[in-house]
Ligand binder design. Structure first.
Ligand code: DX5
Ligand code: ZN
Length: 223
């Protein structure tokens, strides 16, 4: 039976006690840790960059979750190696943030570091734009909110994209993971899993609650 991967977004964590919050979600059973990097250009918000990644992803922090780095930034081709050197295990960039001829180059660079590549699409982007890359990428990140902020309401139109991808990936025997990001809670997470999602990103549902372990367990056990 497929086990849902839970990837808490640190954007909603308590930055006064960031490592404590990271350890809390690890103890709570989260398999991945989601880093929402925002540049104030691609999205109307600025979050954090390399100092936060370097402070968390090194031997001193020593947690063993997968570093799931979501870069909501212009010009990912220019920056991708810096994120790989900073320790991204999955590096997910936005389809809308680069020229089409750059996409293959970014995929090659990420794979040259033996890391995994994800491509993310915003709610208004047609999921079919990703079909030419599906056999080369490790993950698709479906944004179920407009990127830029945590705590927004889930957009139901993302469910059709998940179901379409699930069917296509299974029919073509691909191993590409489907990750969903934005407004995920027990109810919307259940809808996404029913449509075929593999990985759930959650920020406010997990961190804005005192029992982090319980919230992660609920998402992990969705069928
Ligand atoms: C939004 C980010 C999401 C967001 C999730 O741009 O990519 O990861 O932080 O936060 P919630 O789960 O609160 O919607
Ligand atoms: Zn994200």
């Amino acid at each position: 039976m497929k086990k849902i991967i839970v990837s808490p977004s640190i954007l909603s964590a308590d930055f006064k006690h960031l490592l404590d919050d990271v350890k809390r979600v690890e103890r709570g059973g989260a398999q991945w840790l989601h880093f929402d990097v925002m540049d104030g250009h691609f999205v109307p918000n600025i979050s954090f960059g390399f100092p936060v990644l370097h402070s968390l992803i090194n031997e001193h922090a020593n947690y063993n979750m997968v570093n799931d780095v979501h870069i909501m930034i212009e010009n990912p081709l220019l920056w991708c190696e810096r994120f790989l050197k900073a320790g991204a295990d999955y590096l997910t960039f936005h389809y809308e943030a680069c020229k089409k001829e750059e996409i293959e180059k970014i995929i090659d660079i990420i794979h040259s570091y033996n890391k995994r590549v994800g491509i993310s699409i915003k709610p208004k982007t047609d999921v079919k734009v990703l079909l030419p890359y599906l056999d080369r990428i490790d993950l698709v990140l479906i944004m179920s909110v407009e990127p830029g902020f945590g705590g927004q309401a889930f957009m139901e139109n993302s469910l059709d994209k998940i179901a379409f991808l699930r069917k296509y990936i299974d029919e073509h025997n691909l191993s590409t993971l489907i990750e969903v990001d934005g407004g995920i809670d027990d109810k919307t997470g259940q809808l996404c899993v029913k449509c075929g999602a593999d990985v759930l990103v959650a920020g406010s549902y997990i961190f804005n609650h005192d029992n982090v372990e319980e919230r992660i367990k609920i998402l992990k056990e969705l069928k």
